[in-house]
Design a protein around this ligand. Structure first.
Ligand SMILES: *Cc1c(COP(=O)(O)O)cnc(C)c1O
Length: 361
């Protein structure tokens, strides 16, 4: 057909649906739909932004040196092997653009994060969905799905929207078992919520075929600033830097991220509060007959008896000004993903789910 046409496959991409942020007619909504930090960004980040706001006419740093130094110090990583992006979404897109393409396959998991599949398709590659085992990533299933065309294997750990994770030994077994031509990408957006877990950093340090992505959007409360990073073998970083735009991260964002990562007291407070309220919310939901897997992240996947019940509960919550996330698009139609909010929000959502279960519609 003549005329202006996008590349093959682009129109097959389903548009990403974000968490809802408004309810018609309700002004004071409680937003538990996008896994945002209920306490917002660190005050130090806000101060840092105020300090550089007069410099908006200046182009930002192109190599993100100061932020990479700060990340390196915090996690004991070589800054040379770090790349920053406009959210870890951008790093995921770079990986697909650089390493996948027509005729290649990109593995993502059954309930995995939507951007893995979307970025693979945007690069012209074939996404391959691999079944999970009771909402947990299955290394055996992934290994069985690998072919000589596999280039990237995406595993979010902890996973979104299930909140489950696999251990480092399983990740290592995966890295050992994938074909030589494939790279394991550990999407560690929620790694900071897991005590004693390095997000796969050690594996990415030691292995030539493991790459880790991280974000400031979750624990650090900077979702609106768009900042994430990747860490892995030097050769891979060098490749990604060739396709990265020179000014892909804004100056205000760089300032906010650097201040955030150095404000360890604030970060620790957010982590502790999340763990406390996550445990509380899981138990409160269970008391109302709503089960969930033990979550390792900042949200809970609440399971209902049927899709109809999950949707009815979502509708009821919305009518009361509480927004949570439907997970039908993630192959979990019977569930709702609820972000762990502050104490008042958690109490409110648990109370409303209880009312719903008791027959309120
Ligand atoms: C939220 C999230 C991200 C982070 O995306 P950003 O682009 O950094 O905001 C990445 N992976 C998963 C699994 C997520 O849930």
């Amino acid at each position: 057909m003549a005329g202006i046409e996008p590349q093959p496959g682009i129109m097959d991409i389903e548009l990403y649906v974000g968490g809802a942020s408004h309810v018609a007619g309700v002004s004071n909504v409680i937003k538990l739909s996008s896994n945002e930090n209920p306490f917002g960004p660190s005050p130090a980040a806000q101060e840092a932004v105020r300090r550089v706001v007069h410099e908006m006419h200046r182009y930002p740093s192109s190599d993100h040196g100061a932020l990479r130094e700060a990340i390196g110090e915090t996690w004991e990583l070589d800054p040379q092997r770090i790349i920053c992006g406009a959210g870890s979404d951008e790093i995921i897109a770079f990986l697909c653009q650089a390493y996948a393409g027509p005729g290649t396959e990109v593995i993502h998991t059954e309930h995995g994060f939507a951007m893995h599949k979307i970025s693979a398709m945007a690069a012209g590659a074939t996404p391959v969905e691999v079944a999970e085992q009771d909402r947990v990533v299955s290394v055996d299933n992934i290994l069985a799905a690998c072919t000589e065309r596999t280039r990237l294997v995406f595993v979010a750990n902890p996973a979104n929207p299930t909140g489950t994770m696999i251990g480092l030994a399983e990740l290592e077994r995966l890295a050992n078992g994938i074909p030589e031509t494939a790279m394991l990408v550990i999407d560690s957006a929620y790694a900071e919520y897991v005590e004693g877990y390095d997000g796969g950093a050690k594996l990415a340090t030691e292995r030539p075929n493991v790459f880790m992505t991280r974000t400031f959007s979750k624990l650090y409360g900077l979702g609106g600033m768009r900042i994430g990073w990747g860490y892995g073998p030097q050769e891979i970083i060098d490749v990604l830097n060739r396709i990265r735009g020179p000014f892909n991260v804004a100056a205000l964002t760089l300032a906010a991220a650097e201040a955030s990562i150095r404000d360890t007291v604030y970060v620790e407070k957010c982590r502790t509060e999340n763990a406390r309220m996550r445990a509380w919310l899981g138990e409160a939901l269970a008391e109302h007959g709503v089960s969930s897997d033990a979550s390792t992240a900042n949200f809970i996947l609440a399971r209902f008896g049927s899709q109809a019940e999950a949707e009815a509960c979502d509708t009821y919550l919305q009518s009361q000004g509480v927004l949570v996330r439907r997970t039908t698009g993630y192959g979990l139609p019977n569930a709702l993903r609820i972000t762990v909010g502050d104490e008042a929000s958690c109490r409110r959502v648990a109370h409303l789910v209880g009312q719903f279960k008791a027959g309120a519609r």
